[in-house]
Ligand binder design. Structure first.
Ligand SMILES: [Zn+2]
Ligand SMILES: [Zn+2]
Length: 273
């Protein structure tokens, strides 16, 4: 590597901004949640129900071991993401207000497209070599009626892949669209993580303004109830609608899927930790 390219890379490496982004994600998320839970009884009730379900699951040693493993390695993944990737994608240069909205929308929807493909064709048996990472994803699907905490009950390889997909999308888009504002990265990260968590929420409120929240949780629970069937995207239902894989819980199971699923569940490779 010559001096020029090193200088160019160094000039584009904004570690201070990345650090501000990381801290803001935690602080904003923490404060927003406190306020939301204090003000909205429905969120308080959902939170209590999900905490209770999670506490029960954590009493099982293998379940707790997986969660512990993911928390531990989460620190390493965050260090790589905010130490090596986000510093090249972030800016504090002022932008027109609409640019924040467009950027957030594009990041989330492009990520959702990549996730849809990975989830459908790598994690499930959808005609692509039998789902090469089906054995990895089988860990997450041990939960047939998940609670919020099951969002992180996943094989470590899936954690790494999921985060890489998200951060890879941000990095790739920043090459075409220019660096994203700190505010954009903070809000999209919180949205990405909260939507993933919410999809696993045990959720009962189905009246306005919680209809959409109810649909999203219900659709992902349909996905968990059986190993196949649809609802592969995570941020929205758009790609499942587009590609005809919406699952309202009434789809027949595909031939062969039961056998494959059983095989995945008894495989020694799918240990949770
Ligand atoms: Zn799945
Ligand atoms: Zn899930």
């Amino acid at each position: 590597m010559n001096g020029f390219s090193f200088d160019a890379i160094a000039a584009d490496y904004h570690w201070q901004l990345s650090l501000i982004t990381l801290v803001s994600i935690f602080v904003v998320n923490f404060i927003a949640k406190k306020i939301a839970v204090a003000l909205v009884p429905t969120l308080r009730e959902a939170r209590a129900a999900n905490h209770e379900a999670y506490a029960t699951k954590m009493q099982k040693a293998s379940y707790a071991a997986n969660q512990k493993w993911n928390r531990k390695w989460g620190v390493v993944f965050f260090a790589v993401i905010f130490g090596l990737i986000i510093p090249f994608c972030v800016t504090v240069e002022a932008q027109p207000w609409w640019r924040y909205l467009v950027d957030m929308f594009v990041i989330l929807m492009v990520y959702d497209f990549f996730y849809y493909l990975a989830h459908r064709f790598l994690f499930h048996d959808e005609g692509f070599f039998g789902g090469p990472l089906l054995w990895v994803h089988a860990v997450h699907h041990r939960q047939h009626n998940p609670c919020r905490g099951d969002s992180s009950f996943i094989h470590p390889i899936e954690v790494a892949l999921g985060l890489s997909l998200y951060v890879g999308t941000v990095f790739l888009l920043s090459r075409f669209m220019g660096d994203f504002h700190v505010v954009t990265i903070v809000i999209t990260w919180i949205a990405f993580s909260e939507i993933n968590l919410h999809n696993h929420d045990l959720w009962t409120a189905d009246k306005f303004p919680f209809r959409y929240a109810n649909t999203m949780a219900k659709m992902h629970h349909n996905h968990h109830a059986r190993f196949t069937g649809g609802n592969f995207a995570t941020i929205s239902l758009f790609y499942d609608w587009l590609f005809g894989t919406l699952d309202y819980g009434d789809k027949p199971r595909k031939a062969g899927s039961v056998k494959r699923r059983r095989k995945a569940q008894v495989s020694p490779q799918n240990g949770a930790s």
